[in-house]
Every structure is written in structure tokens, then in C-alpha cells.
Write a protein that binds this ligand. Structure first.
Ligand SMILES: Cc1ncc(C[n+]2csc(CCOP(=O)(O)OP(=O)(O)O)c2C)c(N)n1
Ligand SMILES: [Mg+2]
Length: 310
């Protein structure tokens, strides 16, 4: 059994990054590297993670790293995987590294989706990791396709009028061998899913809900608490999809099995300043109800991925 104590001690995400306090991408990189080990090529597309590395030669990231253009996660991985395959064939490397794309929600849901979709369709052997902070954080908090209904951003000052899209489900529809969602509040679940992704050949898609303290307007000491409440309220569902089946995990599993009571979405919204503009208005109650209904719908849809149904 994996315990926190049994995690590898080696740190590949080092001290001295330029991330904001409580940055979820930096916390996630630490866990991801512990699961994947050092034989990794990290491909970062334009995002906060391009910046938080620090500047060469003082980078906090201690694995080979390519900083690539915003839209190119899937395409860059395809090139890297093909290159490593050729090097192995020529006997120049013994083992092909794990190719790990690290992209934000803007780089995934919006501008990067065609490149990701193509790589998945070509069954490229890599892990695509989306840290979803539900906005374009690096450029000052603009809305993305991942921004939830009601959330303030600089381009949705009165709260976003539309729901977010569900890209994990879009990736499941590609028929790739592994899709999983993770949370920083459940690090062992996160660690195990990364390890599993490494062991599977083909395209693996993993998505983290990444609460961003300055963008979501909560104190930087609360990243894990907000992450936890996202799961406990059902606003972020933890699951893995493999061989045509969805398996709920961690606290989501307990909620679905009726062992733990789901917390109201309102508690999660109230922890963050970004929902204040909408909640303070008369239509705030409606937004809250729409989000609560969305949670119920998402659970129902995910439950549909059981073998009997297929
Ligand atoms: C083609 C292109 N358009 C715009 C930009 C500017 N840009 C850099 S990072 C970024 C936002 C990225 O958002 P996301 O992918 O969600 O990552 P986050 O900043 O939230 O970490 C933008 C718009 C760019 N680098 N390239
Ligand atoms: Mg983002």
C-alpha cells in the first residue's frame, strides 16, 4: 500500500521557483515527479508554469524540459516520442523517457485541443497533464473554456454566464487507454494515478483541479482546503477511466457510495472571492442552483460508464 511515508524522497521540483505562494502547479509537479522518477522529458506550453520554473541555469525543475508554444502540447509530444524511438532504435538510449506535457486549461480546453486530439488519435505514447485553474492566470485572469458558471474573471466581470466544458469526457470519447482526474487534497490518489499512467502504453490524460490563490481570490495558505472542498462538494469529481469503465476514487467514491454526505456547492463558492460578484446579486441563488444541478448531472453521466450500460 502506498503511504505518504513510502513516497520517494528524491525531489525533482527544487526550492527556489518563482511560483506564487500556494501555487497548485508547483505542488503538483512535486507529486508528479515523485511518481514518474527522473527519466522524464517535461514539455511545458505557455502558461504560469513557463514562468514559475525560474530562469536558466537556476531552474527549479530538475529534469530535461522543453518550453513550447501555447497550442503545441500534443504536437510537441508527438515529435519528442518519435525522436526518442529513433534514438532507441539506433542504440543511442537504453530506455525511452516518459514524455509528460504540462499545460494549463487555456492551453488544453481552448487553444491546444486540436493538437491534443491529434496526438490522442495517433495513439502517441505520452502523458498529457492539464492543471486546470479555470482561467488564463499567467496573463492576468481571463476566462477560459474551463471557467465555471458564475466565476468572475477580467473578461467576465459579472460572472461567467456559461458552464465549463468537460474535457476529460472528451478525452474518454477518444478511446485512449487512461483518463483520470486528481486533486492536491488527495495526494496518494494523485500519486497512484500518475504511476498507473506511466505503466500504460498510449495516450494518457490526467487533469488536476488547480485552485489559484490570486486568481480565485482566497488566501495562499488555503490551496489544499479549497481543493478538498471542491471534491467534497462534487464540484470536482475524482475518477479514473480505463477499459471502458469509470471508477470513482477517494472522497468522490465515498460520496457516490453514500458513505459520506456531499457538502453543498455553496460552501465551496463562499471560500472564494471570485464568486462574490455573482452571489451578491439576486441571480446568485440561481447560479448556485445551476451549479448544484450540474454536479448531479455530471455524476449521473459518469455513472453511465458502467459495463452493463456499454
Ligand atoms: C498564441 C499565443 N497566444 C497568447 C499567448 C499569451 N499567453 C501566454 S500564457 C497564456 C495563458 C495561459 O492560460 P492557461 O493555459 O490556462 O495557463 P495558466 O496561465 O492559467 O497557468 C496566454 C494567453 C501565447 N503565449 N501564445
Ligand atoms: Mg489556466
Amino acid at each position: 500500500m502506498v503511504t505518504l511515508k513510502s513516497l520517494p524522497e528524491e525531489e525533482l521540483f527544487l526550492a527556489g521557483s518563482t511560483a506564487c505562494h500556494g501555487c497548485p502547479s508547483s505542488l503538483a509537479l512535486r507529486i508528479a515527479f515523485k511518481a514518474l522518477g527522473s527519466n522524464v522529458l517535461l514539455i511545458v506550453v505557455a502558461s504560469c508554469t513557463s514562468v514559475l520554473q525560474g530562469s536558466y541555469p537556476f531552474s527549479a525543475i530538475n529534469v530535461p524540459l522543453l518550453n513550447m508554444a501555447f497550442a503545441t502540447g500534443g504536437a510537441s509530444a508527438s515529435g519528442a516520442v518519435a525522436g526518442y524511438k529513433a534514438l532507441k532504435k539506433r542504440g543511442e538510449i537504453e530506455e525511452e523517457p516518459t514524455v509528460l506535457v504540462w499545460a494549463g486549461d487555456g492551453g488544453t480546453y481552448d487553444i491546444g485541443i486540436q493538437s491534443l486530439s491529434g496526438a490522442a488519435e495517433r495513439e502517441t505514447n505520452f502523458i498529457y497533464f492539464c492543471y486546470n485553474n479555470e482561467m488564463y492566470s499567467n496573463t492576468g485572469t481571463q476566462r477560459s473554456g474551463a471557467t465555471p458558471l458564475g466565476a468572475w474573471t477580467t473578461t467576465t466581470p459579472a460572472g461567467k454566464p456559461q458552464h465549463r466544458k468537460d474535457i476529460a469526457q472528451i478525452m474518454i470519447a477518444h478511446g485512449i487507454p487512461y483518463v483520470a482526474t486528481v486533486s492536491l487534497a488527495y495526494p496518494l490518489d494523485f500519486f497512484q494515478k500518475m504511476q498507473k499512467a506511466k505503466s500504460i502504453v498510449g495516450t494518457k490524460y490526467i487533469e488536476l483541479l488547480a485552485p489559484c490563490p490570486p486568481g480565485w481570490k482566497f488566501p495562499s495558505s488555503k490551496t489544499i482546503e479549497v481543493s478538498r472542498l471542491a471534491v467534497q462538494s462534487g464540484m470536482w469529481l475524482l475518477y479514473e477511466h480505463e477499459n471502458g469503465e469509470t471508477r470513482f476514487t477517494a472522497a468522490t467514491k465515498k460520496i457516490i457510495e453514500g458513505k459520506v454526505r456531499k457538502r453543498p456547492v455553496k460552501e465551496y463558492l463562499d471560500m472564494q472571492g471570485r464568486f462574490k460578484p455573482v452571489l451578491e446579486k439576486p441571480e446568485g441563488k440561481e447560479a448556485e442552483e445551476l451549479l448544484e444541478r450540474k454536479v448531479t448531472e455530471s455524476i449521473k453521466r459518469l455513472k453511465g460508464w458502467v459495463p452493463e450500460y456499454i
